[in-house]
Design a protein around this ligand. Structure first.
Ligand SMILES: NC(=O)c1ccc[n+]([C@@H]2O[C@H](COP(=O)([O-])OP(=O)(O)OC[C@H]3O[C@@H](n4cnc5c(N)ncnc54)[C@H](O)[C@@H]3O)[C@@H](O)[C@H]2O)c1
Length: 312
C-alpha cells in the first residue's frame, strides 16, 4: 500500500485530498496544527485504519516513522483574512514548513507536490496568466506575506529538485471553492453565501467589474492527482478559465439562494486587490489531459447544500 503524507489535511483542500487518496487505496497520514483548519473536516476518516492523524506544526522538525512514497504539502493560511491576521505564521509555514517537508521528502526518497498559488502572479500585467509570466508582486504590500512565501516555496522546491535531485511537483492553484470552506474565512464565496442566506448585503468591492475564475474542488483534486502521478517538474496552473465579474458572481448567488432581503452592498476597493485573474491552462490540458468538468451553476448548487447546513 502506497503511503502519502498530507500537510494541512484538516483544511478545505487537504481534507478533500485525504478523501481522494483514501478512495484510491493509499495509506494517508494527515498532518495539521489546526491553525486555520477544522478537525470536523476529517473526523469521518478517524475510524479508518488507512488514516492516521498527526497533530503537528510543520515549521518545527517533522519526523514520520517508516517509509513514505508521496508528500502533498498544503499547510498554509490561504485566505486574505487569515494571512493578514497571521503574517509571521504564513511566512514561516511557506519558508520553514516547506524546508522541513522537502527535507522529509529527501530523507524518505518520496515524491513531493507543493501547493503554490495564482497569487505568485500578483496583480498581473498579462492576462490570462501562463506559467511563463513572472508576476507583478508588491513584496511589502498587505498580500506580500502570502505571495512572497509562495514564491519562496517555489524557489526552494526547484532548488531541492536541481541540487538534491528530489522528485518535485509544483501546482499553482487558482481560486477554488466547494464544501468545507470556512464560513468566516473572508474569501468571496463563503462571504457571499452567508450574506445571501442571512438576507444581508453582499459586499462587492469597487464597482464589481474585477474578474475572478472559480474552480470546483473535485476538479482541482483531479488536477492534483494527475500532476502528482505525472513526470513534470515545472509549475503547472490548475484552475477554471471560465471568468466572471464579481458583480455577476454575487448576482448568481443571490438568485440561487433566493432570499428576497439580499442585496449588493458596494464598498471601496482594498489596496492591491487584483483586477483580473484567469488561468491559462494550456499546460494542464497538454501535459495532464486535464480540464475542469463541473460548470459553475452545478458547483455552486453543491456548495450551497453545504453552506445551508453551517450558516446560522
Ligand atoms: N483554496 C484555494 O482557493 C487556494 C488557492 C491557491 C492556493 N491554495 C493553497 O492550498 C493550500 C490549502 O489551502 P486551503 O484553502 O485548504 O486553506 P485552509 O486554511 O483551509 O487549510 C490550510 C491548512 O493548513 C494548516 N496549517 C497552517 N499552518 C500550519 C502549520 N504550521 N503546521 C501544520 N498545519 C498548518 C491549517 O490548520 C489548515 O488546516 C494552501 O497552501 C494554500 O496556499 C489554496
Amino acid at each position: 500500500m502506497k503511503k502519502i503524507l498530507i500537510s494541512g489535511a484538516a483544511g478545505f483542500l487537504g481534507s478533500h485530498l485525504s478523501d481522494r487518496f483514501i478512495k484510491e487505496g493509499y495509506h494517508v497520514i494527515g498532518m495539521d496544527n489546526l491553525l486555520t483548519g477544522n478537525i470536523q473536516n476529517i473526523e469521518h476518516l478517524f475510524p479508518l485504519k488507512e488514516f492516521e492523524y498527526y497533530h503537528h506544526d510543520i515549521t518545527k522538525f517533522v519526523h514520520v516513522p517508516g517509509k513514505l512514497d508521496y508528500i502533498l504539502h498544503f499547510a498554509s493560511p490561504a485566505s486574505p483574512i487569515d494571512y493578514l491576521k497571521m503574517p509571521i505564521q504564513t511566512l514561516k509555514v511557506g519558508a520553514l514548513g516547506t524546508h522541513n517537508m522537502l527535507g522529509l521528502a529527501r530523507e524518505k526518497n518520496a515524491r513531493i507536490l507543493v501547493a503554490s498559488t495564482s497569487e505568485v502572479y500578483g496583480d498581473p500585467l498579462e492576462h490570462p496568466q501562463s506559467e511563463e509570466y513572472w508576476g507583478n508582486v508588491n513584496p511589502v504590500g498587505p498580500r506580500g506575506v502570502y505571495d512572497e512565501a509562495k514564491r519562496f516555496l517555489e524557489a526552494i522546491t526547484m532548488a531541492y529538485h536541481t541540487f538534491h535531485k528530489v522528485d518535485t511537483r509544483i501546482i499553482r492553484i487558482f481560486n477554488t471553492y466547494g464544501p468545507r470552506m470556512r464560513v468566516e474565512d473572508g474569501r468571496v464565496l463563503p462571504a457571499f453565501f452567508s450574506q445571501a442566506i442571512r438576507g444581508e448585503g453582499l459586499t462587492v468591492f469597487g464597482d464589481g467589474s474585477q474578474t475572478r475564475s472559480f474552480c470546483y474542488v473535485d476538479d482541482l483534486v483531479e488536477g492534483i492527482y494527475r500532476l502528482l502521478l505525472s513526470d513534470y517538474n515545472k509549475p503547472v496552473n490548475v484552475g477554471n478559465p471560465d471568468e466572471c465579474t464579481i458583480l455577476q458572481f454575487a448576482q448568481e448567488i443571490i438568485d440561487l439562494v433566493g432570499n428576497p432581503n439580499a442585496y449588493i452592498d458596494y464598498r471601496p476597493l482594498p489596496e492591491d486587490d487584483p483586477k483580473v485573474r484567469q488561468p491559462d491552462i494550456t499546460k494542464a490540458r497538454n501535459i495532464l489531459g486535464w480540464e475542469p468538468k463541473v460548470p459553475r451553476a452545478e458547483g455552486l448548487l453543491r456548495t450551497y447544500e453545504y453552506f445551508k447546513t453551517v450558516v446560522i
